[in-house]
Design a protein around this ligand. Sequence first.
Ligand SMILES: Nc1ncnc2c1ncn2[C@@H]1O[C@H](COP(=O)(O)OP(=O)(O)OP(=O)(O)O)[C@@H](O)[C@H]1O
Ligand SMILES: [Mg+2]
Length: 262
Amino acid sequence: MTAPAPISNRPPTRQAGQALLLDVVGLSKRFGGVQAVKDLDFTVAEGEIVALIGPNGAGKTTAFALISGFLTSDAGRVTFAGRDLRGLAPHQVNALGLARTFQIMRPFPRLTVVRNVMIATLGRHADVAEAERRARAVLDELGLGAKADRPAGGLTLAERKRLELARALGTEPRLLLLDEVMSGLTDAETERIVELVRAINRRGIAILLIEHVMRAVMSLAQRIVVLNYGERIAEGRPESVANDPRVIEAYLGDEEVARAPA
Ligand SMILES: Nc1ncnc2c1ncn2[C@@H]1O[C@H](COP(=O)(O)OP(=O)(O)OP(=O)(O)O)[C@@H](O)[C@H]1O
Ligand SMILES: [Mg+2]
């Protein structure tokens, strides 16, 4: 298969009037023989919802890990709110207002749901009572208030996805990176998360989401960035990306994606 021509010089389709929040330039990461992310450029504007899509192994989660300081890039630059993130540890990136969820969720199962979220809110509020108040407020917002005092280990998958969202939101981010928070959910549960993400965004929080559930992507994203073999192969508004032959060939034509629920 011939690789499509790189388009990294194409200017981003950022809307006029929106300030730049995240600026990724030339980001690259290799694992042994695998070029997981290759010369990746994209932006997220203040308050925007951007989706990062592409086939399994395309490098989406790796891009998140590079942006959020969990991995060190081989090349490239990530600027967030005007700050160069180079060399910063994950907690330092988080303190600047960038939070992520994990595709492989690791809540503390024996701790209560609210204590899991307090691990996040305590980073912002040293006062324990205030941290707890904030954690409960986030859980209420995400519809988990009634489960706050139960052990996290007893949550259903859909609830654990929302807890993962709560733990990220509890750090009071300006930009939230969501890694497949809808995967494995029923249509109704997916719809609920879509509405929650929309509500979070209405509070002024920008969203960068990795998602295979295309209906959710199409309804949420103002802009879509498509990765294939670590490279950006398309970028633009949902309608134009969905009709891009390169995207259909690399990803959307995939039966799994076409058949995916929701
Ligand atoms: N820590 C690692 N060590 C070695 N290889 C890795 C590591 N993390 C990811 N990879 C490889 O890098 C490539 C990109 O993986 P990544 O997890 O970023 O893909 P993805 O787009 O998130 O896929 P998915 O949709 O399945 O979650 C894959 O080939 C993967 O096997
Ligand atoms: Mg992934």
